[in-house]
Design a binder for this molecule. Structure first.
Ligand code: FAD
Length: 417
């Protein structure tokens, strides 16, 4: 699809024609008997992998298999915050490349993802958080990434509705990454899907992977709800279901699957200029361009594949939001949902080879992988094309759990995991 598809002239022509002749943004093909590369999971990471594999690495004969609809997993369920305020240089380089790719997205893929770099703010409530925030900001500067500390009076100016002098959680400053912000999540999935489709990638929805066929220790075909599909190599990007696919392939992952919930209010007038996290209360809020307040909290305590919310979490999140922003108590809650995220011990992703020689993995993003979709796709595409890790992925292989060379980003992951 070229830019002309949505030009003024084209909109008028289609309107006159009753909007009956629009070209589909992506096809819904029947699966072929065999592909060179099959990517399991039609979330952002899977679709980005397909796009970069075709676009940057010259891959062809590629399919993405999605058991539901594209973006119907965590990609379409997240709270849309993006930032690159990670600490260790290897994580900082990776997440910042992702933000950079998002900044280029509209130009490269001709799709408006509504990138809003309104600033990402982490409130500071006590001396210890102030030390940690300064430490992080210094590290980020050393890594060449923007990040700064703002004083309490500046925070009061930025958030007129925030209860700065809260008796239990006083706000004594904040960490700010100005390039952080929000992106329309569905648009990321749709943008990559359309671009991948234009490169000939078959996106096959309602196609659940149920098992593998083997030949000399490698996967020779994938058994799916739509039949058997032969393949030379496989990439998987299934987030909270990574352990399920790994078990089908005969190995175990250091991943636990947990439920993460979020909720959204009715639309109200623009009142919140930044995306904001309050570590002391464990909640975060941003306001969409439509005016809804998007709110989330901590992970559910137990492991689960039950992708549904519950009232204790609603109560906890809303109580904390209203503690910090009392005026938000007047808004009504509109929707509430959950996703299953893939938690690893060091809060860093797992990218690259697996014990199965032609199966490659992208998982472990936990509560924070939306911001990493472009780079996650790029890194998985690289290893699928070349068989060696992308330079940004070298420290994020599965083998780190054997050598114990972890990259512990628990402090930067935002919502503790
Ligand atoms: C409530 C919530 C809030 C979040 N907020 C943020 C945020 O603000 N910022 C941020 O950076 N991150 C956030 N995240 C995390 C982020 O959403 C995820 O890390 C990211 O979307 C993962 O993308 P993915 O493509 O790997 O997974 P998904 O989008 O979940 O895609 C995986 C796909 O695999 C498919 N699949 C699974 N099993 C099979 C099978 N057997 N066969 C075929 N297909 C299969 C699923 O149907 C799914 O569509 C949040 C997550 C949640 C749940």
């Amino acid at each position: 699809m070229s830019w002309k598809d949505y030009s003024f002239g084209s909109l008028v022509r289609h309107a006159i024609g009753g909007n009956r002749h629009w070209r589909q943004a992506w096809r819904s093909p029947e699966p072929r008997p065999r592909y060179d590369t099959v990517i399991i999971g039609g979330g952002g990471h899977g679709l980005a992998t397909a796009y970069y594999l075709a676009n940057r690495y010259g891959g062809s004969n590629i399919a993405v298999l999605e058991r539901g609809w594209i973006g119907g997993g965590n990609t379409g369920r997240n709270t849309t915050n993006v930032r690159s305020d990670y600490m260790f240089s290897e994580s900082a380089a990776m997440y910042d490349e992702s933000l950079r790719l998002y900044e280029e997205f509209a130009r490269e893929l001709n799709f408006n993802i509504m990138l809003s770099q309104r600033g990402w703010v982490t409130l500071i409530h006590d001396r210890h958080q102030a030390d940690a925030a300064r430490h992080k900001a210094n590290w980020m500067r050393c890594n060449g990434i923007d990040g700064e500390i703002v004083a309490a009076d500046e925070v009061a100016r930025m958030f007129p509705m925030l209860r700065i002098e809260h008796p239990r959680f006083p706000v004594i400053g904040a960490f700010l990454q100005r390039r952080g912000g929000t992106i329309r999540h569905d648009a990321v999935a749709w943008g990559y899907a359309r671009a991948a489709d234009r490169h000939g990638v078959d996106i096959i929805q309602n196609c659940e992977v149920q098992g593998f066929d083997w030949d000399k220790g490698a996967i020779s075909a994938i058994r799916t709800s739509r039949g058997r599909i032969g393949c030379a190599r496989v990439g998987m990007a299934v987030a909270g279901h990574s352990s399920v696919i790994a078990e089908m392939a005969g190995f175990r992952l250091p991943v636990t699957s947990r439920c993460l919930q979020a909720m959204v209010s009715e639309p109200i007038r623009p009142v919140l200029d930044y995306a904001v996290l309050s570590p002391a209360t464990g909640i975060y809020v941003n306001q969409t361009q439509k005016g809804e307040l998007v709110m989330g909290g901590m992970l559910d305590p137990g492991q689960s594949y039950g992708q549904r919310g519950n009232f204790p979490t609603i109560e906890k999140v809303i109580a904390a939001v209203v503690e910090m922003f009392p005026l938000f108590g007047q808004a009504r809650l509109m929707r509430h949902w959950a996703g299953i995220v893939d938690i690893v011990p060091d809060s860093s992703p797992i990218i690259g080879a697996t014990p199965v020689r032609n199966l490659f993995i992208n998982c472990g993003w936990g509560t924070g992988g939306f911001k990493a979709i472009p780079v996650g796709g790029l890194m998985l595409a690289h290893v699928l094309a070349k068989g060696t890790p992308h330079p940004l992925a070298e420290r994020f292989g599965l083998e780190r759990f054997h050598s114990n060379r972890l990259v512990d980003e628990g402090a930067a992951s935002g919502i503790a995991h």
